[in-house]
Design a protein around this ligand. Structure first.
Ligand code: PLP
Length: 282
């Protein structure tokens, strides 16, 4: 497998990073995951916008311009013959010796990336997944796509231990998002999701779904809601680059609605597929 290290595509066996890299020592960096479909980056612009926005929020200096970064990402996909899958890339603040919490001056940020090959999980999109609820113990800048993911990892592990796909996070009962995805619910034909504040990541899949909802004239409220509202929802959707718009059919062992994919979820998925077709072809 080929990987990206700085601006070079090399064999993964030849890749190494310094133990003094701030990404390794502090989780000081940012990342993106972009879906590859038919060899094309789906929602490339939106992901690149967010990558640069995360960098700005962290005072990280991008070592390459956007055109160069996009070329490197496409070179990596081609080097690994990725037709369907994803590309992961991250940027750490770089190597600093001796270790010091304060951001250093004049250190070059380090870009790395790898790919994964897989097809869209059509069975999961139809049958849905089960979830559990978990405390949202993360920090207060969840709007930044940083490498600091231990709170997310702890929640996802709670889900994995009981064979659930995802953990739905809440702060004292107020539902935010999932450990690695956005959450949307539907009640009486109205879609609800947490507004874009510091408590959630501005999901790209969320953006595509919001466009689909607007096109379909489905009413939507970007409003926070509590756990009791979650449990009374008719439908619930887990949205992420890896999951597209996946129906949630169970939360903490209780069925969502009738325990099957609902009509609004199906309509969102239909429009989501059209968007994929427009950008990446059939
Ligand atoms: N929320 C969190 C915490 C995430 O980690 C992710 C994806 O990794 C998302 C939401 C969904 O973001 P996107 O749709 O851009 O993949």
């Amino acid at each position: 497998m080929k990987v990206l290290v700085k601006d070079q595509i090399i064999n993964s066996a030849d890749a190494n990073v310094s133990i003094s890299d701030r990404g390794y020592q502090f989780g000081d960096g940012i990342y993106e995951v972009i879906r590859v479909l038919n060899g094309k980056l789906f929602t490339e612009k939106e992901h690149m916008d967010r990558f640069y926005s995360s960098a700005e929020k962290m005072d990280l200096v991008m070592p390459y311009d956007r055109e160069k970064l996009t070329t490197l990402i496409y070179d990596l996909i081609k080097a690994n013959n990725v037709v369907d899958g994803h590309v992961y890339f991250q940027l750490t603040r770089g190597v600093q010796e001796p270790r010091n919490h304060a951001f250093p001056d004049n250190v070059e940020a380090v870009l790395t990336g790898h790919t994964k090959i897989y097809k869209r999980d059509l069975a999961m999109l139809e049958e849905g997944v089960s979830t559990v609820t978990a405390d949202d113990v993360r920090w207060l800048r969840c709007d930044i796509k940083t490498l600091n993911l231990i709170g997310n990892c702890m929640a996802k592990t709670k889900a994995a231990k009981v064979g659930a796909e995802e953990a739905i996070l809440h702060r004292d009962g107020l539902v935010t998002e999932c450990s690695a995805s956005t959450l949307l619910i539907v009640k009486d034909g109205v879609v609800k999701t947490h507004p874009l504040t510091n408590l959630v990541l501005p999901g790209i899949t969320r953006m595509v779904i919001m466009d689909a909802i607007a096109d379909a004239n489905i009413p939507v409220k970007e409003e926070a809601f509590m756990l009791d509202e979650l449990f009374q929802a008719d439908e619930a959707i887990l949205a992420s680059t890896g999951h597209d718009a996946t129906p949630i059919i169970e939360i903490d062992g209780k069925p969502v609605g009738n325990g099957k994919r609902g009509p609004i979820t199906a309509e969102i998925q239909r429009r989501y597929d059209l968007r994929i077709e427009q950008e990446c072809g059939k």
